[in-house]
Design a protein around this ligand. Sequence first.
Ligand code: AKG
Ligand code: FE2
Length: 373
Amino acid sequence: MATLPKYSVHDRLSELKAFDETKAGVKGLVDAGITHIPRIFHTPPHLHDQRPSVRADQGCNNFCFPIIDLEGVGGLGTDKWKRVAEEICDASSKWGFFQVVNHGIPTSVLEEMKAGVLRFHEQDLDEKKRFFSRDPARKVAYNSNFDLYSGPVANWRDTNYYYMAPDPPLPETIPPPCREILIEYSKQLETLASLLFQLLSEALGLPTNYLEEMDCAKGVNVMLHYYPACPQPELTMGTTRHTDTNFITILLQDDIGGLQVLHQDHWVDVPPMPGALVVNIGDLLQLVSNDKFLSAEHRVLASKVGPRVSVACFFSTGLLPNAKVYGPIKELLSEENPPRYKEVTIPEFVGYVKGRGLDGSSVLQHFELRSAS
Ligand SMILES: O=C(O)CCC(=O)C(=O)O
Ligand SMILES: [Fe+2]
């Protein structure tokens, strides 16, 4: 009987390096016409997930993904404001995910942003390579798989990264194919995030500015993801399952689909909806809300159809060393609702998160207070 060729750690590392050194990303493999994906992309058995998928084209059955209409929500304290805050509370605690419509960002801006992602990733390779970097301190960078060397498996995805707040890059350092639209899109998303943090504060029964005053929206990272069509999508993933570690993420996806959220032990499609934006709760918001809100696991399936593009905008503290500690919000605690997590400084939190790839494990567990029995 033939034995399978041995795939040593050493072989894997040299294959990762060879791939990385092309600086051409997954797109480079597809452009070269490969029909079999390299084994660095093969999902290892321990990351295979047998839980059933609920696909958008099967109808939503019991898994109707929450949609929140922000039309006319502006008036603080109005009935509409309170109703939307309740809907956000429900979705954030049951799903950790929802889509927003009528959010005030023109469709033309969303369309141009997606076009900008395509233009960046599909520009001349020599131009694109000028932005190639794995230096986490860079405000503008491009690579394939931020966790290529630390994660358990490479994903079928390339990404262009930006730190847009609190201290944005100089406009002339942003690649021309997406410069103008990225600046405009980030500005609009910061306004939307501010509204969402007010509604999330209300949803927690806190004063409207509470979360913003905790610096939840001070730091903004934007990722322009590009998922090329994959010749063997069943062997790999676009993005391995993970939770986001920040406060909230606002995501723009195109109409291809593939994003799924883990809900009641099912992988439920986040159905593409023209004009909508996807919002999800991250680990830090689950921590400060003392588990009232859920930071849900999600993943992106690879597909024969592509390229798929998405823009993930992460709101956090700016990850600047500051003196603040983040723990369950005191106003939410009571005898019946004791704190479930330790207080943590941002350097401590980042120190723990940094260097871990998308390995499917829980960050929050590390900060849990174990109840003394
Ligand atoms: O591309 C997507 O739809 C999701 C990406 C994602 O989950 C992330 O960047 O954290
Ligand atoms: Fe994510």
